[in-house]
Design a protein around this ligand. Structure first.
Ligand code: GLN
Length: 195
């Protein structure tokens, strides 16, 4: 791998700082993204966890949502975790009616899909190509209810996909930035470097 990739972390709301730290540990240049102009400087974007309805409001108010959607349509690499995965979907169940989607992946997600009883949990999960399981934290996580045939499922929990990839879009319903394990971020770095 070469060391040229510059990766942005959407910093409007939510758990962006932990993503910055993970990316800093890998061989990339990291930028915080708050404006449309910031998008011009990066080769790929991480969309963090947080609250997707609030993130939607801020994406609309900042103008970032529209520009980002156009870039994504042209193959710009994005990696969404939890609320970020919700933003990347093409359809949301139990969203707020005016909540926008970025249409980065052909998945339908249900917000807070694990319900109240099990709305936060942690579990060691097997991920395609990893020799050792990954300790995954799920925090009011979405469930992928539908996905197109060309969405690659890299991991499942109880039959539900939890890490998926379609072209240069990667999404996890868990929070890989909250454990001291960089392997999921490494997948995205290699997607960015090869696109
Ligand atoms: N439930 C949140 C939402 O709907 C996502 C939670 C998270 O990102 N940890 O946006």
């Amino acid at each position: 791998m070469n060391a040229q990739a510059t990766i942005g972390v959407l910093a409007l709301q939510g758990a962006f700082d932990a993503h910055v730290q993970h990316l800093n540990a890998l061989d990339v240049d990291v930028r915080l993204i708050k404006t449309e102009a910031d998008l011009e400087e990066i080769d790929g974007l991480v969309i963090p966890g947080g609250e997707s309805t609030t993130m939607s409001n801020l994406l609309v108010a900042s103008g970032l949502g529209k520009t980002l959607t156009q870039k994504i349509d042209n193959g710009f690499p994005v990696f969404g975790t939890c609320a970020g995965m919700i933003m990347m979907a093409n359809s949301i169940v139990d969203g707020r009616p005016d909540q926008i989607v970025l249409n980065a992946m052909d998945i339908q997600v249900r917000r807070n899909g694990y319900g109240r009883q099990n709305d936060s949990f942690e579990q060691d999960i097997d991920i395609a190509s990893f020799d050792v399981p990954f300790h995954a934290l799920f925090i009011r996580a979405p469930i992928i209810e539908k996905l197109a045939n060309d969405v690659e499922v890299l991991s499942t929990v109880n039959g539900h996909p939890v890490l998926v990839r379609q072209g240069s879009a990667l999404a996890s319903s868990f929070h890989p930035e909250l454990v001291a394990d960089f392997r999921v971020h490494e997948i995205f770095v290699s997607v960015v470097k090869s696109s």
